[in-house]
Design a protein around this ligand. Structure first.
Ligand code: PLP
Length: 405
């Protein structure tokens, strides 16, 4: 019998955030079990919503958004993003340097496809948001992971980055603010990364989708604002800041040494044209969203849901014997460490499956973020405190007797 197999291009591609543990949870749900899901950063199902004006804008624009747009995006969206780039201090950005996408996801994939030849190396953080590793691998690149250091607030380890550069390294990726750690990088760290990129003539890709979800008065710096002489691609969008992940709208901004990247930009333009354009109704709300009421600010202040849930989960996890976690400064994820000796954990996926089976709570093991020892997992703290409390109670109970077999 002839069977149909996936392309060998996918052989080394790993994308576990929606992987085996999630599949098992779906199966259990089909069997009628109720699963508490702490696995995906999708705000709306947890009761978060966009500012009303954004929804109204979408409704009023829907009639005139029926056609394809310019492949980079409509004028009002790109103009608003350009101003946004200026406010963040990203130098020399014109309308031409801005591309809208069906979420940042589409643009990340596009950038990897346009850049990487087989064997080219790209530096990506560990832990990472796994789309980066998956898309770079799919494009034929060799992903080299550099370590973010839990002992230093999960900041990138600069010596590790330096030690991993070869003459094949083309680019470095940073995720700032970070998923899964919630870290926000200070200017001094970013300056060191810029210096490395400058010395070794690397492209900087900066994923800043959480740039408006920062707590405790920390300041976010766009690395591109520190690198007028380095070719940078900065990604952001409305999925998280405006809680409209389902609308699929993100963007990327090219800046810095564009003269060095003419060939690459040609490739980006070609792929951008090939997908015709991004979702036009979603583009139509960018100006209102960026220029209007920033309801996200309410969520991230003391008393706001994201802030209070962050404080709760941070304390609750650290109160469980055998678990410790660095306090997240941004986004809505925490990446705790688990004492592998105490619980005899040698396989983090098995740990997540065991917890799921016994307590019906869904977590993503560290492996899903290209973290290659079995001592971490990620919790999404979007559910309300009552639900988080329930989940943490279950974890405490589960771990009181757990030993991996
Ligand atoms: N980058 C990071 C770091 C993310 O966490 C996510 C989504 O969780 C994305 C990109 C994808 O965002 P989008 O909805 O814009 O595709």
């Amino acid at each position: 019998m002839k069977t149909f197999e996936k392309s060998s291009k996918l052989d080394n591609v790993l994308y576990d955030v929606r992987g085996p543990v999630v599949d098992e949870a779906a199966r259990m749900e089909e069997d009628g079990m109720e699963i508490l899901k702490l696995n995906i950063g999708n705000p709306y199902p947890f009761g978060f919503s966009a500012p009303q004006e954004v929804i109204l804008d979408m409704l009023s624009n829907i009639r005139t958004s029926q056609g394809y747009s310019d492949s980079k995006g409509i004028f009002s969206a790109r103009k608003a993003i350009m101003q946004y780039a200026q406010l963040r201090g990203i130098p020399g950005v014109t309308m031409n340097d801005i591309y809208t996408g069906n979420g940042v996801s589409e643009l990340i994939n596009l950038c990897m496809q346009a850049l990487l030849d087989n064997g080219d190396e790209i530096l990506i953080p560990a832990p990472d948001y796994p789309l980066w590793t998956a898309t770079a691998t799919l494009a034929g690149g060799n992903v080299v992971h550099y370590i973010c250091d839990e002992q230093s607030e999960w900041y990138p380890d600069i010596d590790d980055i330096r030690s991993k550069i070869t003459d094949k390294t083309k680019a470095i990726v940073i995720i700032n603010p970070n998923n899964p750690t919630g870290a926000v990088y200070p200017k001094e760290i970013l300056e060191q990364i810029v210096q490395i990129a400058r010395e070794h003539e690397l492209i900087i890709f900066s994923d800043e989708i959480y740039d408006r979800l920062i707590m405790d008065g920390y300041k976010h710096t766009s690395i591109a604002s520190l690198a007028p002489d380095v070719f940078c691609v900065t990604f952001s969008g409305l999925s998280k800041s405006h809680m409209i992940a389902g609308f699929r709208i993100g963007w990327m901004i090219l800046s810095g040494a564009k003269n060095k990247a003419k060939g690459y930009i040609e490739g980006i333009n070609m792929l951008s044209s090939m997908r015709l354009c991004s979702n036009v109704p979603a583009q139509s709300i960018v100006q209102t969203a960026l220029g209007g009421y920033q309801s996200v600010n309410e969520y991230i202040q003391p008393g706001g849901r994201v802030y209070e849930q962050r404080d709760f989960i941070y304390k609750a996890l650290n109160d469980i014997p055998g678990i410790s976690a660095v306090k997240p400064k941004a986004a809505f994820y925490i990446f705790p460490k688990i004492d592998t000796e105490k619980f005899n954990i040698y396989n983090d996926e098995q740990f997540a499956l065991d917890f799921l089976h016994e307590k019906q709570v869904l977590l993503v093991p560290g492996k899903g973020f290209n973290w290659n020892s079995p001592d971490h997992f990620r919790v999404v703290y979007l559910p309300n405190v009552r639900q988080l409390e329930k989940a943490m109670g279950k974890m405490r109970e589960f771990l009181s007797t757990y030993k991996q077999r």
